[in-house]
Design a protein around this ligand. Structure first.
Ligand SMILES: [Zn+2]
Length: 360
């Protein structure tokens, strides 16, 4: 089994930094203002390989959703240890961003320190924020103040009734589309840019000054069949970026710009779209790599437990620790089989992006 993977933020960071330093990276650490549960420092680390003035850059990002970063971190370390940096084509740089939301990884949550889903936070906050009527309709059930007992049973019944009345698409929308009105609720996208959002903008501004073409691979977990790595590309239909993505990655890719019906809601405020807007003059190929874990039904219960814990529970109690442990297991199953599958897929996708970038 691969030893690139780690079970904690601190260990993942140490493995990543050691691999990157040994491979001769230019390293930058963006230190987070808060600490981990062990009192340890938190940071987003950036390892850059290749020429400083590269016009073609591949960004490889882990930990946009905190806890999901344990998977992405191991994939990043595996690519570095496999000799990827030494094989970069002439004129192509790789910028490996380790744990964009380090707080979430360390504290076993997908959200940032301010309960924000970072992948819904890249919005223009001077403009009106999107409504999520489905979330509002389910809000009190999703935010049930009881962990179990009659109140929680009633919340489950209310959620079941909502699913029958409005359908599964509405239900998935309520949970995953993002909402901007309930700061301590589920799927909150924020009311201003979070630390991780601001940090990503700094990293891009610093590393994309000379670019004409950029690819993004943003690692996620929790959606799809166990161990399967699904590419989700967000280029607009008919765009040069989408044509490149298809030529690099082939058919095993969901192109949501071309087929928005493939997902039940319009994604707003995500990292992929943000990178395209930041680099308006460059060709950008933004893609998430989403690894499947377990069934979505399990995720539903965990999201409600997670929300209950931050509002009504104690993270240091046995129950609090158990909820965080269950979250970690859901987003990072870490069986030998799962890790081998995601590592193989990561090396394939990163290799495709870099080889494709050499031909741009
Ligand atoms: Zn994710």
């Amino acid at each position: 089994m691969s030893d690139h993977f780690a079970a904690t933020y601190a260990s993942a960071r140490a493995k990543f930094r050691a691999a990157a330093e040994q491979a001769g990276a230019t390293m930058t650490a963006h230190v987070h203002p808060e600490k981990g549960p062990d009192g340890g420092a938190l940071a987003t680390d950036v390892a850059r390989f290749g020429p400083a003035d590269a016009e073609r850059v591949v960004f490889i990002v882990s930990g946009t959703h905190g806890l999901e970063g344990l998977a992405g971190s191991g994939c990043q370390a595996a690519w570095i240890k496999s000799g990827g940096p030494a094989r970069l084509p002439e004129g192509v740089a790789a910028v490996v961003v380790h744990m964009l939301n380090p707080w979430g990884c360390a504290w076993s949550r997908r959200q940032t320190e301010d309960n924000v889903d970072l992948n819904r936070n890249f919005l223009d906050f001077s403009a009106p924020l999107p409504n999520n009527d489905h979330y509002e309709a389910l809000r009190s059930a999703l935010r049930c103040p009881a962990y179990d007992g009659p109140l929680r049973d009633q919340a489950r019944a209310d959620i079941a009734a909502f699913r029958v009345e409005r359908g599964e698409r509405a239900f998935v929308c309520a949970l995953f589309q993002g909402q901007y009105a309930d700061p301590t609720g589920i799927g909150f996208g924020g009311q201003k840019p979070t630390w991780s959002n601001r940090t990503f903008r700094q990293i891009v501004a610093h590393n994309a000054r000379t670019v004409k073409a950029v690819a993004l691979i943003d690692f996620h977990t929790g959606l799809g069949p166990f161990g399967h790595g699904m590419l989700i590309n967000t280029n607009a239909t008919g765009s040069p970026g989408l044509a490149l993505a298809k030529s690099w990655y082939g058919h095993d890719m969901a192109a949501v710009g071309e087929r928005p019906e493939d997902i039940p809601y319009e994604i707003k405020g995500d990292l992929c779209g943000a990178l395209e807007r930041m680099l308006g003059n460059a060709v950008v190929v933004p893609t998430a790599l989403e690894y499947g874990t377990f069934e979505v039904e399990r995720l539903l219960g965990l999201q409600i437990d997670d929300c209950w814990l931050i509002n009504h529970g104690d993270v240091n109690s046995d129950l609090g620790r158990r909820i965080r442990e269950e979250l970690r297991h859901f987003f990072y199953p870490a069986t030998a089989e799962w890790l081998a599958m995601i590592e193989t897929r990561a090396l394939q996708v990163i290799g495709q992006a870099i080889a494709g970038m050499a031909r741009v």
